[in-house]
Design a protein around this ligand. Sequence first.
Ligand code: SF4
Length: 252
Amino acid sequence: MGAPSSQAEIAGLAVVLRAYVEYQRELGVLGFPPARPSAAATAEHATAVPSPIPDLFSASGVGATGSLDELRAHIGDCRRCKLAPHRTHLVFGVGNPRARLVFVGEAPGRDEDVQGEPFVGRAGQLLTEIITKGMRVRREDVYIANVIKCRPPDNRNPEPDEVASCEPFLRRQLELIGPEVVVALGKFAVQTLLRTKAPITQLRGRWYDYHGIRLMPTFHPAYLLRNPADKRLVWEDIQKVMRVLGIAGGRA
Ligand code: SF4
């Protein structure tokens, strides 16, 4: 990302950052204090920073959506971060809106970008096998989404400002679905959701709390395509998930 080149860009970034901080504060996460600025301070700030992004991104907008359909409509033809011009489709998520289990990956890849659905490429096929053959659950009975909704160019890692812009959508998705378990797939999703830099090898296979939801980190299916010997470890992690959910399953 290049440095902001104009007052308007700087003002835009400030607005996005302020909305994100406000959203996190509302949720009580990231250590943001619950205190709100005084009305006078808010008014002063609002006058000082002209908003090129009206209320669309505001935390109250995301928090006010009452269903996944409403959230999707709220996101709209999103241009809130610099990934927008690179996408073919915004990949919102797919599955049962009342799923007990949600899989969360990093970001759409090429196939997902083209089809508008998460985990449909080779890695997606492997995830589908884990769900259907391993867990013996239908893919449409779980929910699948990514932290980032638009494909980063050349599948590069999403950048912090992109995460800051997009993650509130995932947070709201999870609030609306209310799953019992989230399985975070791969280093990026795990580190982002848990706010840690610890390696996935250290994090996987253990339970964490993600805003009241049990979260199990495991390897990304794309990693398993390159390292098939580690399927055994993922199967161990998935079996822990199945025990919590009371799923008998089959064999991976
Ligand atoms: S990645 Fe997220 S915030 Fe960025 S344009 Fe896509 S939907 Fe909007």
